[in-house]
Design a binder for this molecule. Structure first.
Ligand code: SF4
Length: 639
């Protein structure tokens, strides 16, 4: 199988069974292969598991499955050296292949640092030589959460540190004339992940004048919609720019469930060339007005509650609703109590509804405002609650304006898009709602926003993303990749997702069923807030960083994650990590506030940040102990 260059983007996953259980691993690998996995990774924590890869491979071959296998190595060079003689590829983590992690700050002189690199060379070169001899490929897989103390001490917890960690290993391999290499830069935070991959491409290109293939993934993405959205944002943002050769979507679910998500993601890009054929090219740009390697929100002024330092607003689209009643607002975060005539406002409550030509005949919640068509706005009585939406032509034509906010919808690829810019630059009440009819939509919108930046036009921007996909899973990927990619680069003061509910069949996103007829609004609203949460631009709920589990896992991760989620999902803004093992878990928890980590059969160790607070708690009582820990640290609120 060929990977990299212009070969198709390959799909892969990792088994969660015990590697010493040959039959269980074989069965699970087959389920993944049948689902579409083109590579299957298996953990090899010690020499025994590495040796057993031979039995697994041979059983798979006996059953007619020749899909390449990848050995996943952490901490154990001797296991890697065995595995490299057996399977098609080994993955090493430069954060722990030679270095150890004790969360220590170490000050090295340049000479001492160079000595450390020599030590790595000595330990790593034998594996490179074996790989060369056996034709085995290698992934140098850096994880944001498991950078070594040495790298952390010199570069900090940064994208730069991640890149340098991989480059040290890559330089050693190149010196041995070994090039059968692929690299990854994973993080549970899509923003860090995207920046690190970009920086890696830039660094390889600058240093070698060529780039090695890349394996993309958001690590510890979690489960359900959140896991899918985080993954689609991180992986999709890079694939949009042609970066990435193979992908893994890491979900805290059975590995075969990762494959359909990978397929949905990859097919967007396999079909992209066909869709853009014959379309006008997006204009080239001389000056990129932002750094692709660090986050900085685009500078905008404040219009109403949009722009500047305010969190991005959410617009709920009610254009297609026949009528709008009290109950309809429940799906977008507002629950009406008839007895008290009061609204209960949730953490994920939309800020605006777009009603088209409709005017709801009841008093709206105080925080909810209406965007409607220009002609409808003209007839609205309360001009502090209703705001007009113009399209480009009507904005140029009509002079009557709201004194507070005027929403202008613009197709970034249209002929009049630049004329509109000249007009709105003098109007500090405009909020642009940008979309694009170009098949390469996100880059087209991004190009237009860059033009705003280069021309110093500072009106807030709402990302208007429309999905024509026929099912909810594809729509989820579409919305996440299109809007998420821009939000990660600081572009976007609001989000407005649109779909055609009549096209949707009843679909399930990880256990949650949305009936297209009545819950489409809820799906769109949840997706909007989850995209903002995953891009860390607006926090409205608890964040879970949970590992996908593997052969090292010491408890039922899926069940435990669900249990913890059930009791903590009201703790807005808190980051809780749920990790399967103490070997990698603490390192990989990245920036979690609290950690729940398997430390032995039936035993859990609880963390506050990177610090152990309770060791080897009985798993029966560990969730209660976690709640106690949250209470002690004033992070608990009664539900
Ligand atoms: S943290 Fe989870 S996925 Fe990573 S090695 Fe441990 S059990 Fe496996």
């Amino acid at each position: 199988m060929l990977l990299g260059n212009y070969n198709p983007i390959r799909i892969q996953t990792m088994t969660t069974s015990n590697t010493m259980d040959t039959m269980a691993t074989v069965e699970q690998s087959i389920r993944c292969i049948e689902a579409g996995a083109e590579l299957v990774r298996i953990t090899a924590p010690s020499k025994n598991e590495a040796e057993n890869l031979r039995n697994i491979k041979s059983e798979l071959h006996k059953r007619g499955y020749t899909t390449p296998l990848v050995a996943d190595i952490h901490f154990t060079p001797n296991a890697a050296e065995i595995a490299a003689r057996i399977v098609e590829k080994v993955r090493v983590n430069p954060g722990n292949y030679v270095d150890k992690k004790k969360f220590e700050q170490i000050d090295y002189t340049d000479a001492e640092y160079a000595e450390e690199i020599d030590r790595i060379r000595e330990r790593f070169t034998p594996l490179v030589k074996i790989c060369k001899e056996y034709g085995t490929a290698m992934r140098i897989g850096t994880n944001h959460g498991s950078l070594s103390d040495r790298i952390m001490s010199r570069y900090g917890d940064t994208a730069n540190g991640m890149v340098e960690s991989a480059m040290e290993f890559l330089r050693i391999a190149r010196n041995e004339s070994y090039h059968n290499i692929i690299l990854s830069m994973k993080s549970s935070n899509p923003q860090v992940m995207v920046q690190a991959y970009r920086l890696l491409v830039h660094t390889m290109d600058r240093e070698f004048g060529e780039c090695y293939p890349l394996h993309l993934g958001v690590t510890e993405a979690g489960d359900g919609e959140d896991g899918r959205i985080k993954s689609a944002i991180g992986i999709g943002s890079l694939l949009e720019d042609g970066i990435g050769d193979t992908i893994r979507v890491s979900l805290t679910e059975d590995p075969e469930f990762e494959i359909p998500v990978c397929k949905d993601l990859v097919k967007r890009y396999n079909e992209r060339e066909k869709k853009t054929a014959g379309q006008q090219a997006i204009p080239a740009i001389d000056k990129i007005p932002y750094s692709p390697f660090e986050y900085k929100r685009r500078d905008s002024y404040e219009v109403g509650n949009a722009g500047k330092k305010q969190v991005p607003v959410v617009v709920a689209d009610f254009m297609q609703a026949g009528s709008i009643g009290h109950q309809d607002l429940q799906a977008i975060g507002y629950t009406y109590n008839e007895a008290t005539d009061k609204w209960n406002i949730g953490d994920a409550a939309a800020d605006y509804i777009y009603t088209g030509t409709k005017k709801p005949g009841f008093a709206l919640p105080g925080t909810l405002k209406i965007i409607c068509d220009y002609e409808t706005w003209l007839t609205a009585e309360d001009k502090t609650k209703y705001f007009p939406l113009y399209n480009g032509a009507s904005y140029l034509l009509h002079n009557e304006r709201s004194g507070i906010m005027n929403f202008v919808s613009v197709d970034a690829s249209s002929a009049d898009a630049s004329e509109i810019l000249q007009k709105i630059r003098k109007d500090d009440t405009v909020v642009l709602c940008i979309w694009s009819s170009h098949a390469h939509t996100m880059p087209s919108v991004r190009r237009y926003i860059m033009e705003l930046m280069n021309q110093n036009i500072k009106c807030p921007v709402i990302l208007a993303v429309e999905s024509h996909e026929n099912n909810i899973d594809d729509q989820l990927i579409h919305f996440s990749a299109e809007a998420g990619a821009l939000l990660l680069d600081g572009m976007g003061d609001g989000i407005w997702l649109m779909n055609d509910p009549s096209k949707l069949v009843n679909a399930k996103v990880s256990g949650r069923t949305y009936l297209a007829s009545n819950n489409n609004q809820q799906f769109i609203n949840n997706t909007s807030f989850s995209i903002l949460q995953a891009t860390r631009t607006r926090i409205s709920k608890t964040e879970y960083i949970s590992c996908p589990s593997c052969g090292r896992t010491l408890f039922d991760l899926q069940e435990t994650t669900a249990k913890i989620r059930a009791v903590t999902n009201h703790l807005k803004g808190l980051k809780i990590a749920i990790m399967g093992c103490i070997v990698n878990g603490p390192g990989e928890m990245a920036d979690a506030d609290f950690g729940y980590v398997g430390s032995g059969p039936g035993k859990i160790t609880l963390y506050k940040g990177k610090e152990i607070v309770k060791r080897n708690v009985d798993s029966e009582i560990a969730v209660d102990e976690l709640i106690g820990l949250l209470r002690d640290n004033k992070a608990w609120i009664e539900p």
